[in-house]
Design a binder for this molecule. Structure first.
Ligand SMILES: Nc1ncnc2c1ncn2[C@@H]1O[C@H](COP(=O)(O)OP(=O)(O)O)[C@@H](O)[C@H]1O
Ligand SMILES: [Mg+2]
Length: 263
C-alpha cells in the first residue's frame, strides 16, 4: 500500500461510542502516512435520540428481503442532526491526535442514487410507500480531492437521487462505492463483532464467492448488508475488505477480523 493510497474505514453506528482511546491512537498513527476517509454510521445515536426508531415498524423490507429504515423527511432531519453531532465528535477525537478533518455529506454531490423501491412489506402486505432511500449508482471522487496524509474526510452516507431528493442509503454500501471510486486497495468495516460467524465459528479468510453464497442463507440484518457491501467493493476493484472490531492497522494486516478477497 503506497502512502498516497487512501484507506477507507466505515465505523458502525453500533460501535462508534465504544471505541477505546487506543483505537483512535492507532487510526491517527495510520493516518499520518495514509489519507483517510471515515464513513460513519448512526444507528445507535439515532435510537438514543428517539427510542421509537428501535421498534420493528421503523424498518421496512422490500420484495427481495432487503431491509432499510423507513425514511420520512422527519427521519432524514433526525439523521442529519445526529450526524452533525457525530462529525463534531470525530473531528475532536482525530484533531486531538494531530489529524485534520473535513466533512462531506454524501448528498452534497458525492453519492448519487437511483429512484427507490416503492413497494414494501407492511403488516404482511406489499404496500406502496414513499420511502426516502435509494440504491447507490455513483460516487464523484472530485469531492474527495483534499485527501492527503494527516487529513481525514468524514463522510455522512446520505445520497441524492435522480429526482434531486436527498435520500438515506446504507453506510456499508456507501463506503464500498467510495472505496471503489477512489481506487482504494482495502476497505475496513469496523463493527461491534470481531468476526463474521458461520455456523457460530469465526471466519478469518473467505472469498467473495463463498460470501455471496453464505450471505442470503446465514447472515441477518447488519451483517447481511456488510457482506453485500464487501462483494460490491471487490467488484469495483478493491483488493480486500476486512470486517472486525479491532484497531484498523491490525485489521489491515490480517491479524484479526474477517478478510474477504476476490478469490
Ligand atoms: N453471521 C454473522 N456473523 C456476525 N455477525 C452477524 C451475523 N449475522 C448477523 N450479525 C449481526 O450483525 C451485527 C453487525 O451489523 P450492524 O448491527 O449493522 O453493525 P454496524 O453498526 O457496525 O453497521 C452484529 O452485531 C451481529 O449481531
Ligand atoms: Mg449496519
Amino acid at each position: 500500500m503506497s502512502a498516497t493510497t487512501p484507506t477507507v474505514v466505515k465505523l458502525g453506528g453500533s460501535t462508534l461510542h465504544a471505541m477505546p482511546d487506543a483505537w483512535w491512537d492507532d487510526l491517527a498513527e495510520h493516518g499520518r502516512t495514509h489519507p483517510l476517509v471515515l464513513v460513519h454510521g448512526w444507528s445507535r445515536p439515532l435510537r438514543l435520540l428517539r427510542p421509537e426508531y428501535s421498534e420493528p415498524s421503523a424498518i421496512l423490507r422490500d420484495r427481495y428481503g432487503n431491509q432499510s429504515r423507513w425514511t420520512t423527511p422527519e427521519v432524514l432531519a433526525d439523521i442529519k442532526q445526529v450526524s452533525a453531532a457525530l462529525t463534531e465528535q470525530l473531528d475532536g477525537l482525530l484533531g486531538a491526535r494531530g489529524i485534520s478533518t473535513e466533512r462531506v455529506v454524501g448528498s452534497d454531490g458525492l453519492v448519487g442514487a437511483a429512484a427507490g423501491e416503492r413497494w414494501w412489506w407492511k403488516d404482511k402486505q406489499l404496500v406502496e410507500l414513499d420511502n426516502l432511500v435509494g440504491p447507490i449508482t455513483d460516487v464523484d471522487p472530485t469531492l474527495l480531492k483534499g485527501l492527503r496524509p494527516g487529513h481525514c474526510v468524514l463522510v455522512t452516507p446520505l445520497a441524492r437521487n435522480t429526482a434531486g431528493q436527498e435520500v438515506n442509503t446504507d453506510g456499508d454500501r456507501a463506503a464500498a462505492a467510495v472505496s471503489g471510486a477512489l481506487g482504494a486497495t482495502a476497505l475496513v468495516l469496523v463493527t461491534d463483532v470481531p468476526h463474521l460467524l458461520i455456523d457460530d465459528r469465526p471466519v478469518h479468510r473467505i472469498t467473495a464467492e463463498a460470501v455471496a453464497e453464505f450471505r442470503d442463507k446465514g447472515a441477518t440484518g447488519g451483517m447481511r448488508k456488510k457482506l453485500r457491501a464487501a462483494g460490491e467493493a471487490l467488484e469495483r476493484g478493491v483488493q480486500r475488505v476486512v470486517i472486525g472490531s479491532a484497531p484498523v492497522t491490525d485489521l489491515l494486516a490480517g491479524r484479526t477480523g474477517t478478510v474477504i478477497t476476490p478469490s
